[in-house]
Design a protein around this ligand. Sequence first.
Ligand code: TRP
Ligand code: SF4
Length: 328
Amino acid sequence: MEAKKRIFSGMRPTGRLHLGNYLGALQNWVRLQDEYDCIYAVVDWHALTTGYEDTSQIRDNVREMVLDWLAAGLDPERSVLMVQSHVKQHAELHLLLSMVTPLGWVERVPTYKEQLRELAGREIATYGFLGYPVLQAADILAYKAQYVPVGEDQVPHVELTREIARRFNHYFGPVLPEPEVLLAQVKVLPGIDGRKMSKSYGNEIPMTASPEEIQRQVLNMVTDPARIRRHDPGHPDVCVAHVFYQAIASEMAGTVAEECKNAAVGCVECKKRLAGLVEEFIAPLRERRERYASQPGLVREILDDGANRARKLAEATLQEVREAMRLW
Ligand code: TRP
Ligand code: SF4
C-alpha cells in the first residue's frame, strides 16, 4: 500500500469554538483523516505574536479548544493532535529559516501591514510578529507536509512557505518539499445578527452550545426586516435563520423558503423549528465533548502522546537540515 500523504494545519488557541469554526474548518479536518496522515497543532506561539501582554487565558484556551477538536471527531489514534510549543524543533527550524528569509518577503505579506493597521495601539510592531509567517513555514516544513488545509486568507502564507523552502534548497540542497494549499469548500456562517460570526460580537452559537444557549441564540436571529405582520410574505434570502437551514438541514431549506414566501409559517414558529434542528446537530458533538472532558488528565495524555509522535517526525527533518547546513 502506498504511504498516505501528509497534512499539517494549525489553529490558534481561541478557547471554545463556534459553529462557524466547525463548518468552516474543523469538519473538513475531520474528513481529511480518512485519506491522509494528519498533524493538527494548536499554535500557541502564534497566539503570542499578537497577544503577548496578557497570557493568563492561554492554557485554558488550549484545553477548551482541544476538547472542541475531539468533540468534532478529530481522532487522537489516527491523527497527531499537538501543541506547537511542546515540540521545540519548530523553534529551531524557525530560527534557521529566518536566516535565509529576506526581510522584504515578510514585509510584503498582505496580512502583515493589514494587521499592523487593524491592531494599532496593541503594540504588535515586534520582531516576533514580523516573523509570524516564517514560524508558520517552520510548522509545515518540519513535517515535510504535502498539503495544508487552510482558508483563502492563509494562501499567501503557504506561498511564502514554498518560497522559503525553495531558497533553502537552493543553498543547501533538496531537503524541504514545497507544500500545497488544500482549499476547503468553505461555508461561511453568519452570526445571529447577520455580521460575521465572532465571539467578540457575542453573536455566535458555540459548537457545543447547551440547549438553553441554542434556544436563546436561534430565537434572537435576525429575520426579514420587511416582514412585520404574520401574513406579510417573507424574503428568506435576507434571513439569517434561512442560512442556517441551508447549512445544517439543506434538505428542508427549499420547503422553508416556500412557506416563508407564502406566509404559511410565522418567524417565531420557523425559528423554533430551527432551534430543534440545531439541537439535533449539536447534541452528538456536545456528548462527545462531555465524554472527553469528564476523564481527568485525558486531554493532557492525548497532547503528550501527540507531541511525542510529532517530535520524532520533526527531529528527523531537523537532522537533515542541520546536516545540509553543515552544522556540527
Ligand atoms: N496562521 C494560521 C491562522 O492564523 C495558523 C497557523 C499557524 C497555521 N501555523 C500554521 C495554519 C501552519 C496552517 C499551517 O489561521
Ligand atoms: Fe426567516 Fe423563517 Fe421568518 Fe422566513 S419565516 S423570514 S425564513 S425566520
